[in-house]
Design a protein around this ligand. Structure first.
Ligand code: NDP
Length: 260
């Protein structure tokens, strides 16, 4: 359980859901972990839980951070580096669902979606890349979505931003490959988190919506946050030194299915 030993990892949106699972998995693998989260109390509670589970030796720091604000991300990175040293791994996980009808959507919704889902990823990259490039090492993992290459009607403009995350991943991966900084993405399908539960609850019949999601899945189940975290550990570790500008899909095969 030392696949990330000696590494410093910075995870955005780590207070709950997939981000929290990644923070737990990184700590279990020996990394010092920084939880950069909009809600400071949620971040501190998750940090306390990590310390409870992984013992006093674990290095964990919670930092209230808004990924839409470059200054907030920079301040969190500075605090992380003061506490643990240079950042080796960045996981840009913070994200929100903005699902609207294109022609009735407000400008505010468009901006809110891009501010978190795309600008937030760029703000993280921009804060850590100079250090990674100078040291000639680093791994950035962007949590995209299967919406980064497939479209579900009624989900606009979330997939537009997630397509952008994939484009950003590939562009930065190529840009900094000569500096040994790898930039990859993970594209989860349906994963059981509050985000997904909120979406089901917003449907006219939440139970039927959940059953429909299950029925569409080739494996007849929904993914677990820990299943995304395992892949984040792999991409962050020395086990993936030649994987760059790439994307790993975690959806039980859903996007490979034409129809049944
Ligand atoms: P959750 O809503 O459960 O968790 C997202 C976390 O991000 C929350 O803790 C939230 O904080 C935080 N966050 C939101 N906005 C900001 C911000 N501006 N700055 C810092 N933190 C912020 O979502 P998931 O865990 O389900 O999703 C994580 C990522 O995975 C997202 O990028 C999402 O798009 C992606 N994804 C999720 C899928 C799923 O099925 N769950 C499928 C495909 C992709 P707060 O609670 O305080 O708002």
């Amino acid at each position: 359980m030392n696949r990330l030993s000696g590494k410093v990892a910075f995870v955005t949106g780590a207070g709950r859901g997939i981000g929290a699972a990644i923070a737990h998995a990184f700590a279990a693998e020996g990394a010092a972990v920084v939880l950069a989260e909009l809600d400071g109390e949620t971040a501190r509670e998750t940090a306390r839980e990590i310390a409870r589970q992984h013992g006093d030796a674990v290095q964990v720091l919670a930092h209230e951070t808004d990924v839409t604000q470059p200054g907030s991300v920079r301040a969190a990175v500075d605090a992380a580096e003061r506490a643990f040293g240079p950042i080796d791994v960045l996981v840009n996980n913070a994200g929100i669902n903005v699902f609207a009808d294109p022609l009735t959507m407000t400008d505010a919704d468009w901006r809110r979606c891009f501010a978190v889902d795309l600008d937030g990823v760029w703000n993280g990259c921009r804060a850590v890349l100079p250090g990674m490039v100078a040291r000639g090492a680093g791994s950035i993992v962007n949590i995209a979505s299967t919406h980064a290459f497939q479209i579900i009607p009624g989900c606009f403009p979330y997939p537009v931003a997630k397509h952008g995350v994939l484009g950003l991943t590939r562009a930065l991966g190529i840009e900094y490959a000569p500096k040994n900084v790898r930039v990859n993405a993970i594209a989860p399908g349906y994963i059981e988190t509050q985000l997904t539960r909120d979406w089901w609850d917003a449907q006219p019949d939440p139970q039927a919506a959940r059953q429909e999601t299950l029925a569409l899945s080739p494996m007849k189940r929904i993914g677990r946050p820990e299943e995304v975290a395992m892949t984040a550990v792999f991409l962050a570790s020395e086990e993936a030194p030649f994987i760059n500008a790439s994307c790993i899909t975690i959806d039980g095969g859903r996007t490979a299915l034409y129809h049944d």
